[in-house]
Design a protein around this ligand. Structure first.
Ligand code: NDP
Length: 456
């Protein structure tokens, strides 16, 4: 049987676009459907605009800090609309690049919602299209659990298009999005309350990073409410009120729920063709994103595994190579480095101390210091770097950092850690002076040993 396309990708985000381009480059006849915005969450309401806004927040801090270096740059009131307009212009430019990348690779594009109507057929904005293989790359969307007053909260999609910056904002949640926006709004001059149910932000990250971030948030003037349960949100007298289980009430102008994301599967017709979901409501996949329907695949956040843009890109690339190339491209998804663009940022690769300690004794090296810039700026901002070394193999199994440039530094270290570098390899490496990064190759004195119980 002949089909309109060899491959039809639903979703024009990072993973879908990479999969489509690589498949087309390998000779397949490919189409992509995107109903909302080219580039998906990352380009439009995620990584890219978020990082631009973090940069905007840091300019205010930097201009204040410059006084310590002899400059007299007074930070003025921030112009929110100027930032949003500039950001929107850049996003439009990126949207155009994405579509040109596709059309330039001979991928047919549909600006419409695509729905499965059979294993090889789709309804694409009212038009029937057939394809030999189908890839679902629809990503995720913010999810807000049900609680009284949830309707008074905004979500991250809204935060990028607010008509003005709130004077006060309460962020619910202690994950990536909550801590990143706490830095953005505090840096731009808003009064920020961060309300999270854990005692520290970023559950699952190394404890020293979590503590370092908590201290940094407080140093930035964020009112951190750890271990706090939200009972309800009300809207009275033109303001919002967040009511906590301990009886406290926080009045604010805007409540921003950053309480997680859910796979975007609604309306895709998955039930029509019998594609199975897992217990988290994500598309259940095996190797290379294969679903239970032989010619249908899923990649990226819609599968809810490691919800990071570069992972979706790796999955899309690998799948295209497997289907139309010389076999799947190998990626090491076990030790993926990740960064949180808090202020200052943090980044991490490999195991946390708690995880590493489960495998046996671990040498823990920690360095905490005031970065050079802040010896003159006077800003209360610390850097923390941490290496975890498995005693038996001497391999560095984890590296963690909070402080300026942490994502840039950890990206390089992740190559060393993914290729099995030992502490001896780190020690033999001559540093670049004066940098913060050189600390990672000059840590000589062990801070403590963890995981002794695992060895007994
Ligand atoms: P996360 O899953 O990271 O965090 C959700 C937060 O909400 C957690 O603190 C969680 O608490 C809390 N929470 C969830 N449900 C409830 C509830 N019912 N009551 C109270 N608190 C609750 O979600 P985000 O929305 O911050 O981000 C979604 C994902 O997007 C991230 O996990 C990440 O994969 C991706 N992302 C990546 C970024 C990057 O790479 N820099 C940036 C932004 C997002 P608890 O810990 O107790 O469960």
């Amino acid at each position: 049987m002949s089909y309109d396309f060899d491959l039809f990708v639903i979703g024009g985000g990072s993973g879908g676009v990479r999969c489509a381009r690589i498949a087309a480059g390998l000779g397949a006849k490919v189409a992509v459907a995107e109903a909302r915005f080219w580039g998906g969450t990352c380009v439009n309401v995620g990584c890219v605009p978020k990082k631009l806004m973090v940069m905007a927040a840091e300019y205010g801090n930097t201009s204040a800090d410059s006084a310590g270096f002899g400059w007299g740059i007074a930070a003025t009131e921030h112009d929110w609309n100027a930032l949003i307009d500039a950001k929107n212009k850049e996003i439009s430019r990126l949207n155009g690049i994405y579509t040109r990348l596709l059309t330039g690779s001979n991928v047919a594009i549909f600006e419409a919602f695509a729905r499965l109507t059979g294993p090889h057929t789709l309804d694409v904005g009212g038009k029937t299209v057939t394809a030999e293989r189908i890839v679902i790359a629809t990503g995720g969307k913010p999810s807000v659990p049900e609680f009284p007053g949830a309707e008074h909260c905004i979500i991250s999609d809204d935060a990028f298009y607010l008509p003005h910056r709130p004077r006060r904002v309460a962020l619910l949640g202690g994950g990536y999005i909550a801590v990143e926006f706490a830095g953005i709004f505090a840096g731009l001059g808003s009064e920020v309350d961060l309300i999270m149910r854990q005692p520290l932000p970023l559950r699952g990250f190394d404890e020293d990073l979590r503590t370092g971030l908590n201290e940094a948030l407080i140093a930035n003037g964020v009112n951190v409410h750890g271990g706090a349960a939200v009972v309800k949100v009300t809207a009275e007298n033109g303001f919002k009120q967040v009511h906590l289980a301990n009886g406290e009430m926080i009045e604010t102008d805007l409540v921003f729920a950053a309480l997680g994301r859910a796979p975007a599967v609604d309306g895709l017709g998955l039930e029509t063709v019998g594609v199975t979901l897992n217990d988290k409501g994500a598309i259940a996949v095996g190797e290379l994103g294969a679903t239970n329907v032989p010619n249908i695949y899923a990649i990226g956040d819609v599968t809810d595994r490691l919800n990071l843009t570069p992972v979706a890109i790796a999955e899309g690339h690998s799948l295209a190579e497997a289907l139309y190339g010389q076999g799947p491209r190998a990626w090491d998804l076990d030790r993926v480095a990740t960064a949180v663009f808090s202020i200052p940022p943090l980044a991490t690769v490999g195991l946390t101390e708690e995880q590493a300690a489960q495998n046996g004794p671990v040498d823990v090296y920690i360095s905490r210091f005031t970065p050079m810039r802040h010896t003159l700026s006077g800003r209360a901002r610390k850097t923390m770097m941490k290496l975890l070394v498995d005693q038996a193999s001497q391999r560095v199994v984890g590296a963690h950092m909070i402080g300026e440039d942490a994502p840039e530094i950890i990206q390089g270290l992740s190559i060393a850690i993914n290729t099995g570098a030992t502490k001896g390899d780190f020690d033999r490496t001559v540093g670049i002076h004066p940098t913060a990064a050189e600390e990672f190759v000059t840590m000589r004195t062990r801070t403590r040993v963890a995981g002794m119980l695992a060895a007994e």
